[in-house]
Design a protein around this ligand. Structure first.
Ligand SMILES: [Zn+2]
Length: 421
């Protein structure tokens, strides 16, 4: 079967992205944290568009919004498409939203052309991916994947409001969070379209790419202890300066990582005690964030980092302590879905490029319940989590078209031309 239907409407996508961006706290860029008024306003808009695209809409107890486009066989496993509706503070218009709006566009095109697939499709606007408000990760997609726990609902925001309380305020029942979970037998795949959040597609001059996987993440906290003292009276040779020890460790990590590309490691947070201009630093607390799609390489590098810390601290008369904060293994995209994305990209006149996602996505959580696939869309200069985040109009349409073509390729394709056509 050749190209069956019309091209997606990139102007409609752009207009909706703009409308969603107005649901924000009054900041530069977009600030829309989970379960807030701004969030609910955005959810209302999405609900309206889902209804217009011929979907039935429901909200689960985690405040995920799910639009369902019925298939010929309503009992056949569902294909899910989705992304997140929350943003970081002062973030951009496209991160998350593009995946939702493109998903709705795909269904709108099917609906407007009277096309019904064998399987139902559900488009999900997830409630919390960025995790800014509760320092959580993937609350919504974990609920649907069946991996959310009661502990996740106990996390609190800066006002001391728990996830459970925020859910209750919306008239939902957090105790029934398990009703959101899908059984693996009920879903046959999950596809997410997302901005690349990196510069590779722009560098290659291509609008869309295929994600092969999402990097695993290991996060550690470390403490280097020395001995605080007077900044003027303790001679250099007698100092046990925790900060210079930490600085040497950071530089050593940078050097070490260079030999293990594409693994990346970041020391993103440091706190110096006592933190006074006239006192030698006695203690430094910091974090190390390590990401790669190869779990063995992550383990190997962590061991090497520990050994380097040991050597540096012993030489400097310091002590150190490292603790694991979190670990999420890498996930790999399904070859079958990726092959469909690849051929959709080629049919739209592009060279297929395979990318690894260094950022986490809802797809990572959804991998616990079903096969996943990801389409990346070029974003200007690779900028994301920033008000300048931008995707050109053509790329909005190309991305959504690739998503539509992929959906058609992996769904059992049946058409029913309704009478009005
Ligand atoms: Zn995102």
């Amino acid at each position: 079967m050749g190209k069956p239907i019309q091209i997606v409407n990139s102007h409609r996508i752009a207009e909706r992205i703009y409308k969603l961006s107005t649901c924000s706290e009054p900041t530069i860029g977009v600030t829309r944290l989970s379960f807030t008024n701004e969030f609910q306003l955005a959810q209302k808009m999405v609900e309206k568009w889902m209804l217009e695209a011929g979907m039935t809409v429901r909200r689960d107890n985690l405040n995920n919004l799910i639009g369902r486009y019925e298939g010929k066989n309503s009992h056949s496993p569902v294909l899910m498409i989705g992304s997140h509706l929350d943003t970081v503070i002062e973030g951009g218009k496209y991160d998350g939203m593009l995946g939702i709006v493109a998903g709705i566009e795909v269904i709108a095109i099917l609906f407007e052309n009277g096309i019904i697939l064998e399987n139902p499709i559900e488009v999900v606007a997830f409630c919390d991916e960025e995790g800014v408000r509760f320092h959580s990760t993937f609350l919504g997609s974990k609920a649907i994947a069946g991996t959310l726990t009661e502990r996740d609902l106990e996390a609190t925001d800066e006002q001391g409001i728990t996830v459970a309380a925020a859910i209750k305020q919306l008239g939902l029942n957090p105790l029934e969070y398990q009703e959101a979970a899908k059984e693996p037998k009920d879903v046959f795949g999950y596809i997410e379209l997302h901005i690349e959040q990196g510069p590779i597609l722009e560098k290659e001059g291509i609008a869309c790419g295929i994600a092969t996987g999402i990097a695993g993440l290991s996060r550690y906290s470390f403490k280097v202890e020395g001995f605080a003292g007077h900044a003027g009276t303790v001679p250099a040779a007698l100092r046990k300066d925790a900060l210079v020890g930490a600085a040497e460790i950071i530089l050593a990590i940078e050097k070490l990582v260079k030999n293990h590309a594409p693994l990346v490691a970041t020391v993103g947070k440091l706190s110096v005690k006592p933190g006074s201009s006239n006192v030698i630093p006695g203690e430094v607390l910091g974090t190390i964030d390590i990401r790669d799609t190869n779990q063995y390489r992550i383990k190997e590098v962590i061991q090497a980092i520990f050994q380097t810390c040991e050597e540096i601290c012993t030489r400097r008369g310091l002590t150190y302590h490292v603790e694991k904060v979190m670990e999420a293994p890498p996930v790999y995209c399904c070859e079958e879905i990726s092959a469909a994305i690849e051929s959709a990209i080629q049919e739209n006149g592009m060279r297929p490029i395979h990318l690894v996602s260094g950022a986490g996505h809802d797809a990572m959580a959804m991998a616990d319940v079903t096969k996943i696939g990801m389409i990346f869309v070029r974003c200007e200069k690779g900028i994301s989590h920033h008000p300048d985040e931008h995707v050109i109009l053509d790329d909005l349409g190309i991305g959504a078209q690739v998503l539509l073509d992929t959906v058609l390729k992996i769904s059992n394709y049946h058409t029913t031309v309704k009478e009005r056509f």
